[in-house]
Design a protein. Structure first.
Length: 314
């Protein structure tokens, strides 16, 4: 059954699930598969502009369902990425890793719906003041670059949803119907899945990376690079242990070899950006099955929790 929220209505989707825009992971096959399943796939805008154009076009060849694009403001140095998005007829954009003031007016003037990724309540308020249509509220348990202000989603979501009146997509720790329902209970109207979609059949990463997710426990990720106040959550490996042991060395350049990990399967070549929820993933399945299982469990729990826990009137 389609779920009716402000997020699903704004984006024209049936399932309130967005796939995270993971660079070199969310290739057109994965983005299209999520959209075909009723959710919203996001093309990563962190790649070179020509690659972004190509990925949008290839994804649109694979599905006529809505797709979106993420523009990570700190990494998308070329403003031509905005033109690429607008020219391709994209209607939904998330912005992240920077000030929402930078592109929000331009994107809004072009008629796009804009959600901004925020890690704190203060950032959420700034984004709303900048005119965004909604927020992606990201907890510290999620993968990749994090705010130095480490706030978990269970704390952050209710703070934000009670303070602002725009729709919120939860990010960090979302892997199934139970976690989706928990996010809804805290005020979210949609959820973004990253690590769960990385470990999908359509994900572009090497089988070695997917196997690493399946082996991971809930304690097998670490916030690296806290010393420079640019932490990123990555899988614990020997390479990461060496980086932790040398706090004077900036580990960020190690990401320059990420294709050797994601494409070639060398787990010690670069950093694998995974969330804590990797500890809850035990199989690689198609993206459509991830969406279908998530929504089936969500609906089942939504219908049974009251009956299970509230007393029956005499």
């Amino acid at each position: 059954m389609p779920v009716d929220t402000r997020v699903t209505r704004m984006l024209g989707i049936d399932a309130p699930i967005i796939s995270a825009p993971m660079g070199w992971v969310a290739r057109p096959e994965l983005v299209a598969a999520v959209s075909e399943a009723g959710g919203m796939g996001l093309v990563p805008g962190s790649l070179p502009v020509d690659q972004v154009r190509e990925d949008i076009a290839r994804t649109q060849d694979l599905t006529d369902r809505p797709i979106g694009v993420n523009i990570p403001l700190a990494f998308a140095k070329d403003p031509a990425v905005v033109d690429a998005v607008v020219d391709a007829g994209i209607r939904f954009v998330t912005t992240s890793a920077g000030s929402p003031d930078r592109y929000t007016p331009l994107l809004k003037d072009a008629g796009l719906t804009v959600f901004h990724v925020v890690p704190t309540l203060a950032a959420a308020r700034r984004a709303v003041d900048a005119g965004v249509d909604g927020l992606v509220v990201e907890g510290v348990e999620g993968a990749g670059f994090k705010s130095p202000h480490e706030v978990a989603a269970m704390v952050l979501l209710p703070l934000v949803t009670r303070a602002v009146d725009v729709p919120v997509v939860a990010a960090g720790g979302i892997v199934d119907g139970a976690s989706l329902l928990a996010a809804f209970a805290l005020g979210a109207e949609g959820a973004q899945m990253g690590t769960r979609m990385l470990a999908s059949a359509e994900s572009a990463v090497h089988a070695n990376v997917k196997d690493a997710v399946l082996r991971a426990t809930e304690t097998d990720t670490v916030l690296l690079n806290r010393e420079r106040r640019r932490p990123m959550r990555v899988l614990r490996t020997d390479l990461v242990a060496a980086a932790e042991a040398d706090p004077d060395r900036d580990p960020t350049p190690l990401l320059g070899r990420v294709l050797e990990t994601y494409r070639d399967g060398d787990l010690e070549a670069s950093l694998q950006q995974l969330g804590q929820v990797a500890g809850r993933i035990d199989e690689v399945i198609p993206a459509a099955e991830i969406v279908a299982r998530t929504m089936a469990e969500f609906e089942h729990l939504l219908g049974t929790l009251a009956a299970r826990h509230l007393p029956v009137p005499a």
